[in-house]
Design a binder for this molecule. Structure first.
Ligand code: GAL
Length: 417
């Protein structure tokens, strides 16, 4: 945890009263000597990317001490509540991880983050990022974060040896998955592994995407698609069928152990974003021999995207160093150090493609392909603000138990803010 501004002031006064004891405080208040960065990249498959970015940052900024304030837990579920408390208590880190898109809207409204458009001008970033991404992070002409990557949510991971043993190829539709599921269950395997609530939401968005198609899916978040109409209700019922073929009764405690079941061959498939690629590589597995991946059923040629970005909180204790961190996040060198380790493609369009191999070579090509349709992730902050997303969490917790599609659809529709 950092130190509140009030705490710093008190500590500063104490240092004045006790000469010789103020060195530590001097370090903390020096705008360039230290940077505390808050993220949720603490677990395997996440921390390696952060470490690579930090190593490049430290090479470029030898005088700045990096304070790693990462809080473990997939999708930041734990980190986000700790961060919210810190921001409310006027105790911000120097920079925090946030998704590009509507997730940041409430923090912007609360005045927690600074506009960093001047950095974009200084660094020439506006021409180096995809227009759609810049639009997703611009609010009334201001820009409140620096994107470091693009992740893809709609992917289905599998163990090729296990599928070959059952003479199966990955399903191309959710109906196809359901018929395969009987074969898989007949062999004593779990058709689909699942983890905690956010992974159930992650699965939901990708079942909706696969069933409804990109356009109708995108309009779920903009008001153009009727949540209570027959197409969405049918997709929601199909979701309950998918859940019934999962190990929801004994879910994994996070996304990594859910993937472990696929690696071990006790489950056939797992739907997860491409941070899974980084994790599977940490297990010594290689793409395509050790693991395989396809677009989640029905979403071929669609990129359900999310983007990790970093902010400059208002009242950051070391704003000078925080700006250096943001410059690193937005740089070619930083992105090319981070993304090959993280399992994501760079947010910038002018990076060195030769650094992206295995799964990532295909991801970089698909992301850059004009024929790829781009939609935004619900679970990872792009398409819904935090209030609506939290209301969906509450409704989903009930839905996975009672399987009442109409009740869920109504709850989602009425909670849109
Ligand atoms: C996402 C985040 C990814 C990855 C994933 C699993 O929300 O954007 O970078 O960390 O959670 O924790």
């Amino acid at each position: 945890m950092g130190v509140s501004r009030r705490g710093l002031l008190a500590a500063g006064l104490a240092a004045l009263a006790l000469p010789g004891c103020g060195d530590g405080e001097q370090t903390r208040t020096d705008p360039d000597r230290k940077v505390e960065v808050f993220s949720w990249w603490a677990g395997p498959g996440e921390k390696e990317g952060l470490e690579a970015l930090v190593a490049d940052f430290s090479r470029n900024n030898p005088g700045v001490e990096f304070g790693n304030a990462a809080v473990a837990g997939g999708a930041g579920t734990v980190a986000k509540s700790i961060l919210a408390t810190r921001l409310q208590n006027d105790d911000p880190p120097d920079s925090y991880q946030a998704h590009a898109g509507l997730e940041l809207a409430a923090d912007i409204e609360a005045g927690y983050v600074e506009d960093v458009r001047d950095l974009y001008q200084e660094q020439g970033w506006l021409d180096k990022l995809p227009t759609g991404l810049v639009q997703a992070i611009t609010v009334d002409g201001a820009i409140y974060c620096v994107p470091v990557n693009i992740h893809r949510s709609n992917l289905m991971w599998y163990n090729p040896k296990i599928l070959a043993g059952m003479q199966l190829t990955p399903p191309v539709s959710w109906a196809d998955f359901l018929s395969q599921a009987d074969v898989i269950a007949g062999r004593g395997l779990t058709p689909l592994s699942i983890g905690p609530a956010w992974t159930q939401k992650h699965l939901l968005e990708n079942v909706l995407l696969g069933q409804l198609g990109a356009q109708t899916y995108a309009e779920l978040w903009t008001g153009g698609t009727n949540w209570e109409g027959p197409a969405v209700l049918a997709a929601l019922r199909l979701y309950t069928g998918v859940l019934a073929r999962s190990d929801l009764a004994a879910p994994a405690w996070d996304w990594q152990p859910a993937l472990d079941k696929v690696v071990a061959g006790t489950a056939a498939y797992n739907v997860m974003g491409d941070w899974a690629d980084a994790y599977l590589r940490t297990k010594g597995l290689t793409f395509t021999e050790g693991y395989g991946v396809v677009a989640s059923p029905g979403s071929d040629r669609v990129y359900n995207f999310l983007s990790d970005s970093f902010t400059l909180p208002r009242g950051a204790p070391h704003p000078g160093a925080a700006r250096k961190w943001l410059v690193e996040c937005g740089s070619v060198g930083g992105q090319d150090a981070f993304n090959p380790q993280k399992g994501s493609v760079p947010a910038r369009t002018d990076t060195d493609r030769s650094k992206y191999t295995g799964y990532l070579a295909a991801a970089v090509a698909e992301w850059a392909d004009d024929g790829t349709r781009v939609v935004g992730s619900l679970t990872h902050g792009v398409v819904a603000n935090t209030a609506w997303s939290a209301a969906i969490d509450t409704a989903l917790a009930a839905f996975v138990q009672d399987r009442d599609a109409a009740k869920f659809a109504r709850a989602v529709a009425v909670s849109r803010t």
